[in-house]
Design a protein around this ligand. Structure first.
Ligand code: PLP
Length: 406
């Protein structure tokens, strides 16, 4: 027996080399310490502009305590899927809180946002149906569409005319329009009221992914739909971003939830979230809906405004004024170089490349937190200015930087 087969040893090296050549090779940064405004990345203490802990709830004492209290009460794991033996009192309590907060008949938890989008879209839509999806929708939506076997039409980003043309299409059993309320990589907002109207006019179901709006918009942080007084048929959101914990929910009619409980394979064939996570999410939702939640939202808004002004005054870089700040660079290798240089200078601003964003639209993606101090925002913008100036000259795609916020 030969213990070493040379062809097998090199099985993946060509593909890996190919990724390296294209500047698309990825490594996971090593993170240490709790995810506050400061963080240890690859052993270096830096200012954190890369997590989605927008309201600082991942490290909030009430949330952390609730995680340990629920773990004491219910154990470390939930031991089975919801339909077998994992449907604890804690899970049911969180769902009923979410339904009340979202003002829907019912709500259902999923283990993650990825699982939620996969499960929702593939359960509701089939081969006789049409799904219309924005070109910048998250990978979990794309994969949910693929899994559904429905006819999928991709709409140019927020192009309402094209959206209406697609909604007009006939000959399907059912139509679904799915869109993010705040786009995860660009930070811009979908005009949900207009889109909702189009869906009503053309008889399509309206699904909104509020992953980056949950906790941040609406009178009690319910999301952008609540802020715009829109009631989509299917309201999905995550507990893993501003809510600082893990998991996701879908809120809607009782029948919608019933159908998902019967069909969504990412729910049925996956162990229910650990009780500790559920306890943490309950505490986080409590804060989000409270006076403290609105105070944190105000602090984040102020930081967004200050950051916007600093980017204009120091970098002449306009952007839309969101807690997600894309600094467009274009070329993948250069983006990662800029990101590494920022890290060297104490700013963690992760580079985002294809296929997370379209080719030649690589960027730094900075995220703002309510916990950031004025001095953090000043440091980040001065580092960005210096690093971009330093690495700009040889790259013809420099002009892409001007396209931010478009
Ligand atoms: C992060 C994200 C998800 C996935 O949520 P997870 O809980 O991280 O699996 C889904 N949709 C959007 C728009 C996201 O940004």
């Amino acid at each position: 027996m030969k213990s070493k087969n040379p062809t097998r040893i090199n099985l993946w090296s060509r593909e890996l080399d190919d990724l390296r050549e294209k500047g698309l090779y990825r490594v996971m940064p090593s993170i240490a310490g709790p995810p506050g405004r400061k963080l240890l990345v690859d052993g270096r203490e830096v200012l954190n502009f890369s997590g989605n802990n927008y309201l600082g709830l991942a490290t909030h004492p009430a949330v952390v305590q609730a995680v340990s209290r629920y773990t004491q009460l219910y154990g470390a794991g939930s031991t089975a899927s919801r339909l077998i033996a994992g449907n604890t009192e804690a899970h049911r309590e969180l769902e009923s809180e979410i339904a009340k907060w979202k003002d829907t008949e019912s709500a259902l938890l999923f283990g993650s946002g990825y699982q939620a989008n996969l499960g929702i879209i593939s359960s509701l839509m089939g081969s006789e149906d049409l799904v219309i999806s924005d070109e910048l929708n998250h990978a979990s939506i794309i994969d949910g569409c693929r899994l559904s076997k429905a006819d999928v039409k991709i709409c140019c980003h927020l192009d309402l005319n094209q959206l209406e043309d697609l909604l007009r299409l006939k000959g399907y059993r059912r139509k679904l329009l799915v869109i993010e309320s705040i786009f995860s990589m660009d930070g811009d907002q979908a005009p949900l009221a207009e889109i909702g109207e189009l869906c009503t006019r053309w008889g399509a179901l309206f699904m909104v992914d509020e992953a980056h709006a949950t906790g941040l918009f609406g009178p009690q942080g319910q999301g952008l739909a609540a802020e715009q007084s829109v009631i989509p048929d299917i309201q999905m959101g995550t507990l893993s971003k501003a809510a600082g914990t893990s998991g996701a929910y879908v809120a809607g009619s009782r029948e919608l939830i019933e159908l998902l409980v019967n069909r969504a394979r990412s729910l049925l064939y996956s162990t229910a979230a650990p009780p500790g996570v559920i306890g943490g999410a309950l505490a986080a939702l409590n804060i989000i809906a409270s006076e403290e939640g609105s105070m944190r939202r105000k602090m984040l808004k102020r930081n967004v405004k200050v950051f916007q002004e600093l980017l204009i005054s120091r970098l002449n870089y306009p952007y839309g004024g969101s807690h997600i700040v894309p600094i467009l660079i274009g070329d993948s290798s250069r983006t990662m170089k800029v990101s590494r240089e920022c890290l060297e200078q104490g700013i963690f601003a992760q580079g985002i490349r294809y296929p997370t964003v379209p080719e030649s639209r690589a960027r730094l993606r900075l995220t703002l937190m309510s916990d950031h101090l004025l001095e953090d925002l000043e440091k980040a913008t001065s580092v960005l200015r210096d690093v971009l100036a330093m690495t700009a000259v040889p790259d013809p795609k420099r002009q892409n930087i001007k396209q931010a916020g478009s």
